[in-house]
Ligand binder design. Structure first.
Ligand code: OSB
Ligand code: MG
Length: 363
């Protein structure tokens, strides 16, 4: 089956409070939504490069999206999460590839009535636990953590920056005192420490309370030594797309997880392949977002549910940072988890009044 028409929209969604991205913070999320249509069947996808994380800007992404969609001969109907990439040109911008692959798989699901992107998965998970993101000053972090704990969250992800290592240490000690063994703590330093700083920081933590730290080092080749000295495992995020070969040089025993952001790792097929690789190495595959709208969150929940029958907490709790989201019925979590079918269905019906059409044509 071929999509018969394409529309591209733009959105702008304010956050409840600015979110940290690298050394800056972002108050409003801007992105693109594309809709592939065949008669009554629609498949939405999202292309939303994040300033500070992506090399492409929104205009670059829009230009490439238009160029590719006007010339590609797209087919859907019997695609899997692993094969959806095959009909697209190589070297697409990662945010563009993600949007098109998402739209093709969603259109296929609308047409066939079911979502079958991976063959051979007997019983996908129906509930997806989430890691709640903690950031800000210590009172804010503790107050957020307490509120989220009451709502059922049991995995927290705390941003730690080398320049604020003392604050981070204080926050971790307070969290440990409040919740102890009841919660799992994940840390993310976004490559901010050098080797000595990381060793000093991690050595002062209660190692058995830390599930892993994402990207502790500016140079990931120091990870094996760091893990040997601190007994805290590391997770790969930026390394997976900035220096993809490095992951093969790191022993499995050092790795706590692959953090997989499809819009950065290069689409749904690429993410699926990395998730399968993580599993084969005995590591968790943590599907995560770059603060995309609920259109992506529902889709990622569906994807994550297929990758494991007992998924680890995912990094897609970011939807809670939006004042207002795109789905007509907002996405919500229950007891710190998403009901996969519910959120995926919601993600497929955006409120069109929040979308501004940029272009539309028939194929
Ligand atoms: O993983 C999560 O829980 C939320 C997503 C997240 O932290 C993030 C969001 C945008 C850009 C970078 C990152 C990051 O993991 O470093
Ligand atoms: Mg990270």
């Amino acid at each position: 089956m071929k999509p018969l028409s394409v529309s591209i929209y733009r959105y702008s969604l304010p956050f409840i409070r600015p979110v940290p991205v690298g050394s800056r913070s972002i108050a409003t999320r801007e992105g693109l939504v594309l809709c592939l249509q065949h008669g009554p069947f629609r498949g939405y996808g999202e292309t939303a490069p994040l300033p500070g994380l992506h090399e492409e800007c929104l205009d670059d992404a829009f230009g490439e999206l238009e160029a590719v969609l006007r010339h590609a001969d797209l087919q859907t109907g019997s695609l899997s999460a692993l094969t959806v990439s095959e009909q697209l040109p190589n070297n697409l911008l990662p945010s563009v590839r993600t949007g098109i692959e998402m739209a093709l798989l969603n259109l296929q699901a609308a047409w066939t009535g079911s979502f079958i992107p991976l063959p051979g998965i007997p019983a996908p998970a129906d509930r997806l636990p989430l890691n709640a993101l903690l950031f800000g000053d210590t009172p804010t972090v503790l107050q957020q953590a307490a509120a989220l704990y009451r709502r059922g969250y049991r995995t927290f992800k705390l941003k730690v920056q080398a320049r604020n290592a003392d604050t981070a240490l204080q926050q971790i000690r307070e969290l440990d005192r409040s919740f102890g063994n009841d919660v799992l703590l994940r840390l993310d330093s976004n490559r901010s420490f050098d080797r000595n700083e990381a060793r000093e920081f991690l050595s002062s933590l209660p190692a058995d309370r830390i599930a892993y730290i994402e990207e502790p080092l500016s140079d990931p080749s120091g990870i094996p030594e760091l893990v040997r000295r601190t007994a805290i495992r590391c997770a790969l995020d930026e390394t997976l797309w900035q220096a993809p070969h490095v992951r093969h040089e790191l022993p499995d025993s050092c790795l706590g997880a692959y953090i997989l952001k499809p819009a950065r790792t290069g689409g749904i097929s690429a993410t699926t392949r990395l998730a399968l690789e993580a599993s084969s190495r005995g590591s968790a595959a943590v599907i995560s977002s770059v603060y995309e709208s609920g259109i992506s969150i529902g889709f990622y929940a569906r994807l994550a549910s297929l990758l494991s029958r007992t998924p680890t907490a995912c990094g897609i709790d970011t939807f809670r940072q939006f004042r207002q989201d795109l789905p007509l019925t907002p996405i919500t979590s229950e007891s710190g988890a998403l009901d996969v079918e519910t959120v995926w269905q919601r993600s497929r019906t955006p409120d069109e009044s929040r979308l501004k059409q940029l272009s539309a044509w028939t194929l």
